[in-house]
Structures are given as C-alpha cells and as structure tokens.
Ligand binder design. Structure first.
Ligand SMILES: *[C@@H]1O[C@H](CO)[C@@H](O)[C@H](O)[C@H]1NC(C)=O
Ligand SMILES: *[C@@H]1O[C@H](CO)[C@@H](O)[C@H](O)[C@H]1NC(C)=O
Ligand SMILES: *[C@@H]1O[C@H](CO)[C@@H](O)[C@H](O)[C@H]1NC(C)=O
Ligand SMILES: *[C@@H]1O[C@H](CO)[C@@H](O)[C@H](O)[C@H]1NC(C)=O
Ligand SMILES: *[C@@H]1O[C@H](CO)[C@@H](O)[C@H](O)[C@H]1NC(C)=O
Ligand SMILES: *[C@@H]1O[C@H](CO)[C@@H](O)[C@H](O)[C@H]1NC(C)=O
Ligand SMILES: *[C@@H]1O[C@H](CO)[C@@H](O)[C@H](O)[C@H]1NC(C)=O
Ligand SMILES: *[C@@H]1O[C@H](CO)[C@@H](O)[C@H](O)[C@H]1NC(C)=O
Ligand SMILES: *[C@@H]1O[C@H](CO)[C@@H](O)[C@H](O)[C@H]1NC(C)=O
Ligand SMILES: *[C@@H]1O[C@H](CO)[C@@H](O)[C@H](O)[C@H]1NC(C)=O
Ligand SMILES: *[C@@H]1O[C@H](CO)[C@@H](O)[C@H](O)[C@H]1NC(C)=O
Ligand SMILES: *[C@@H]1O[C@H](CO)[C@@H](O)[C@H](O)[C@H]1NC(C)=O
Length: 429
C-alpha cells in the first residue's frame, strides 16, 4: 500500500473520531439542558394558563419549547424567557447547568424561595431578570468573583431580597444596568461600584441602605439614571456627582441628606430631572440650574431650603414641574416663570415667607394644571390673567395677604378646585 492511502485512512479515522466525540458530547450537553429544564418544570406548583404543563412535553425537542431559544450551531439553550406567565414555584439549582445560557428572564411571576447560587456561576450569562417575584434571599457577597464576567443587566427589583449589596459587584465589569429597586437590602453601597464604568442605569431605591452616598458613585462617567430614593442615606451630596456630565436623572428623595446643592450643578449638562424631596437640605437653590439646557423637573419639597426662587428658572422652557413646597423660601415669585409655557405644576406653598404680588406674567403659563401658592405672604390683587389659563385645574392661593376683589374672569375659568380662604379679599368686582 502506498503512503498516501495510509494517510487517507488516518485522516478519515481522525475525522470520524472527532465527529463521534463532538456528537456524543453535544448529545450529553443537550441532555443536561433537558434535565435542567425538567427539574425547573418540576418545581412549578401553579401554571395558571397551563403553558409549561402542555407545551413543555417530554416527546418534543426542548428547543421548540415555549420561552426556550437554542443556538443553531450547538443546539444548546441560550435564552429562557418565561416572564409574565403567572407561574408560582421555586427556582431549582439545576438551572445553573444551562451552561450556554445568555439571557434568563423569569420576571413578573410568583417565584419564591431563594435565588440558587448556581445562577451566578453561568459564565455565558449577560442578562438576568427576576423582576417582580417574591424571591427572598441575599445576593452572594462573592457573586461576581467567579464566572459572571459577561453580565450586562442585573434586574432583581420588586422582590424580598435582603442582606448587603455584594462587595464583589465591581468585578462584574460589563454591567450596564443594575436594578435592586424595592427590596430590603441594607448596609452601605460598596465603594467598588465606582469601577463599573459601563454602567448607564443604577436603581437602588426603596431599600434600607444607609451611610453616606459614596463619592465613588461620581466615578460612573457613563451613568444616565441614578435612583437612591427611599433609603436611609445621610450626610451631604458628594461633590463628585457634579462632574457626571452624562447623568440625566438623579433621585435621592426620602433620605436624610443634609448640606446644600452646589453651584457646580451647572456643569451637569445632560441633567433633566432631580428628586431631592423629603430630606434635610439647607442652602439656596443654585441659579446655575438655569444653565442646564434640557432641565425639566425640580423636586425639592420638604427640606429647609432658603433664599429666593431663582429667576433663571424662567430660562428653562422644557420645564414641566417645579416642586418647592414646605421649605424656607422667601422673596418674590419671579415674573420670568411666566415664560414656562410647558409647565404643568408649580408648588410654592407653605414656605410662609414668599412675598410680593402674583405676577400677571404667569397668565402666559399655558400648560399649567396645578398652581399651589398657599401659606405664604403674597400681597396685592389677584391678576385676572391667572383665570384665563384654560388648562388650570387647581388653584390654591389661600392663607396669604391678597386683597381687592375677585376678577370677573373667574366666571369663565376651567378651575375645578379653588381655595382663596384666609386673605383680605372683598367679593366679586
Ligand atoms: C410549544 O409552543 C411553541 C411556540 O409557540 C410551538 O411552536 C410548539 O409547537 C409548541 N409545542 C407543543 C408540544 O405544543
Ligand atoms: C422576555 O419576553 C418579554 C415578552 O415578550 C419581553 O418584554 C422581554 O423583554 C423579554 N426579556 C428579555 C430579557 O429579553
Ligand atoms: C446539575 O446541577 C445540580 C445542582 O446544581 C447537580 O447536582 C447535578 O449534578 C447537575 N447535573 C448535571 C447533569 O450536570
Ligand atoms: C461554580 O463553579 C465552580 C467551578 O467553576 C465550582 O467549583 C463551584 O462549586 C460552582 N458553584 C456553584 C454554587 O455552583
Ligand atoms: C407585579 O406583578 C403583579 C402581578 O403578579 C402586578 O399586579 C404588579 O403590578 C406588579 N408590580 C410591579 C411593580 O410591576
Ligand atoms: C414594592 O413591591 C411590593 C410587592 O410587589 C409592592 O406592593 C409595592 O407597591 C412596591 N413598592 C414600590 C415603592 O414600588
Ligand atoms: C475598584 O475600586 C476600588 C475602590 O474604589 C479600588 O481600590 C480598586 O483598585 C478598583 N479595582 C479596579 C480593578 O479598578
Ligand atoms: C465645574 O466647572 C467649573 C468650571 O469649568 C470647574 O472649575 C469645576 O471644577 C467643575 N466642578 C465639578 C464638580 O466638576
Ligand atoms: C436636620 O438637621 C438638623 C441639624 O442641621 C437636625 O437637628 C435635625 O434633627 C435634622 N432633621 C432630620 C429630620 O433629620
Ligand atoms: C437666563 O435668565 C437670566 C435672568 O432671567 C437672564 O439674565 C439670562 O440672560 C438668561 N440666560 C439665557 C442663556 O437665556
Ligand atoms: C405673554 O406672552 C406674550 C407673547 O410671548 C407677550 O407679548 C406678553 O407680553 C406676555 N404677557 C405677559 C403678561 O407677560
Ligand atoms: C367668557 O368667555 C366668553 C366666550 O369665550 C367670552 O365671550 C367672554 O368675553 C368671556 N368673559 C370674560 C370675563 O373673560
């Protein structure tokens, strides 16, 4: 026999061997995926629409099962999405055997019990969404120490998770989105979170987090949305926040923050909305907010803010809401606010020291629904222009020192709720 025939035999048998190995291991792997999904199905105690019960039948290929997506090359499960099916049950540890899984969405069901730690061992996982279930466990502190290096989205909001934010979270360096919103997570926010430079959205609100808002949050240079509301954060707003030029929205409402808002807020050129209501903030409202081209919502009620309402707010034509009730503001209502033709709500009530007349220019606020100016020291007559705003639903100017008579235009008003009590008014003109 010549050598070329030997070579041919050798190559053929090598191919055959490789094919056999590949076939059998692929076969083993899809069987692992199948037994993971069967274990998963067996833990479901209620399937109100009979979806998995009927559709996940043992005779059919798992890749045709509802909510299951396989990759065509390896025939392995890459996505499992059974969100919003009304399922009740627990998540078994076998789910961690879906070793090609890229995206797992079990959201909007009623899974209870703990999140099996094996989930955090799936090295291919990019999306983990367990939103709005009743899961009650802590996130393992070492969750990002092992295999979870591709994770981009972590969404476990609206569950009953407790314990601390894993200190290893900073090692899941691809994260773009984190929501732990509405759980019972406590402790401090780990400083390593500042390493997540791809992060665009961070929702930590409605938990029991405490301590200062760490300066490392300000290192998240791609962050667009930051919610830390309804926690127990104290201390000042860290100065690093003001250098976050991608941030469009931050909400620190309902904490115990003190100190004041810095004039450097004028550097945050992407900013649209801030939520700082129900804190213990002092100082003045920086007029530099008037430089922010996209700004639309200023929510700072129920603090101890002093000074006057900056007339620069009148530059912000996208403004939809100004909420400054229950502070210690004084001085006049700037007539420049009349330029805010898109404003829906203006709340300046219960500052007790806002004085001067109600500017007639406010009649130009042609989108205004709610105008709350009660419990201040406003004086002069009520400008008839206010009653010509044909979007106005609620006007409360009670408990001021307004005088004169009510304008006749009141007969044509769209206002549904009107309070003018505790003034020095003298009937209809
Ligand atoms: C399960 O649902 C999928 C997607 O709707 C469908 O293609 C498949 O035929 C169903 N299988 C069975 C056994 O009902
Ligand atoms: C899962 O499916 C729902 C409904 O089709 C969809 O809204 C959701 O974005 C999907 N989840 C993921 C992670 O793709
Ligand atoms: C799947 O995972 C479970 C628990 O994590 C483990 O005990 C089991 O050996 C795994 N099964 C296979 C087939 O790998
Ligand atoms: C995670 O995977 C490692 C090996 O990569 C293994 O040693 C460990 O037991 C696994 N942990 C869990 C919780 O499955
Ligand atoms: C969570 O899901 C329930 C139905 O299971 C729904 O009524 C509720 O509105 C959802 N909550 C959120 C915050 O999406
Ligand atoms: C938190 O989740 C619970 C249960 O799903 C729900 O009733 C409650 O309204 C949620 N709270 C917030 C602030 O979203
Ligand atoms: C992560 O952040 C911590 C604290 O800010 C820092 O000490 C550490 O060097 C950072 N690690 C990486 C890999 O950037
Ligand atoms: C804001 O901008 C001013 C002027 O460019 C600069 O001096 C200041 O350091 C900036 N502040 C922050 C917090 O980046
Ligand atoms: C607000 O801060 C003052 C001191 O500046 C303190 O006396 C007061 O207790 C704080 N109020 C709240 C509600 O924390
Ligand atoms: C902003 O408002 C102030 C005071 O109303 C005004 O002097 C200034 O020119 C305005 N700036 C811009 C850029 O419109
Ligand atoms: C309302 O706006 C119009 C048009 O922009 C302007 O001519 C008028 O002077 C304004 N009225 C008041 C009272 O400011
Ligand atoms: C009330 O509205 C009618 C019809 O739009 C108009 O003719 C009348 O002048 C208005 N009266 C007052 C006082 O604005």
């Amino acid at each position: 026999m010549d050598t070329s025939f030997h070579l041919y035999l050798l190559i053929t048998s090598l191919f055959l061997l490789q094919w056999l190995t590949h076939y059998s291991s692929a076969n083993l792997d899809i069987n692992t995926d199948r037994s993971s999904l069967i274990a998963f199905k067996s833990q479901i105690s209620l399937d109100p629409h009979n979806i998995l019960f009927k559709n996940w039948s043992s005779e059919s290929n798992i890749c045709s099962w509802m909510g299951v997506t396989c990759d065509s090359r390896h025939q392995r499960v890459t996505q499992l999405n059974i969100s919003s099916m009304g399922l009740v049950g627990t998540i078994p540890p076998e789910i961690g055997n879906l070793s090609f899984l890229v995206s797992l969405d079990l959201g909007e069901n009623s899974f209870h019990g703990s999140i099996p730690t094996s989930i955090f061992n799936i090295s291919s996982l990019e999306v983990l969404s367990l939103r709005n279930n009743s899961l009650s466990s802590s996130l393992p502190l070492d969750m990002c120490k092992h295999n979870l290096h591709r994770l981009k989205r972590l969404r476990v909001s609206h569950n009953e998770l407790y314990g601390e934010i894993p200190s290893s979270l900073g090692l899941c360096s691809k994260l773009e989105y984190i929501s732990l919103y509405n759980n019972s997570i406590s402790g401090h926010v780990p400083t390593h979170i500042g390493n997540l430079t791809f992060l665009q959205q961070l929702f930590l609100g409605a938990n029991n987090l405490s301590g200062n808002i760490s300066k490392e949050i300000g290192f998240l240079t791609n962050l667009q949305a930051l919610d830390m509301s309804s926690n127990e954060f104290s201390g000042p707003i860290p100065a690093t926040i003001y250098s976050m030029t991608s941030l469009e929205y931050f909400d620190f409402a309902s904490n115990d923050l003190s100190g004041s808002l810095s004039r450097d807020i004028g550097n945050m050129t992407s900013l649209r909305r801030i939520g700082l209501e129900f804190n213990n903030l002092t100082g003045e409202i920086p007029k530099e907010i008037g430089n922010l081209p996209n700004f639309e919502r200023l929510s700072m009620c129920c603090n101890r803010i002093s000074g006057s309402v900056p007339r620069e707010l009148g530059n912000l034509t996208n403004m939809v809401g100004i909420y400054l009730a229950n502070n210690g503001l004084s001085g006049p209502i700037p007539k420049e606010l009349g330029r805010l033709v898109n404003l829906w709500e203006l709340h300046l009530n219960q500052n007790f020291k806002i004085s001067g007349p109600i500017p007639k220019e406010m009649g130009n606020m042609t989108s205004l629904n709610y105008l709350l100016l009660y419990s201040n020291e406003l004086n002069g007559e009520i400008p008839k222009e206010i009653f010509l705003i044909d979007t106005l639903l609620e006007l409360n100017i009670g408990s001021n020192q307004l005088r004169g008579s009510l304008p006749r235009e009141i007969g044509n008003t769209t206002i549904q709720k009107l309070w003018i009590n505790n003034n020095n008014l003298s009937g209809m003109a």
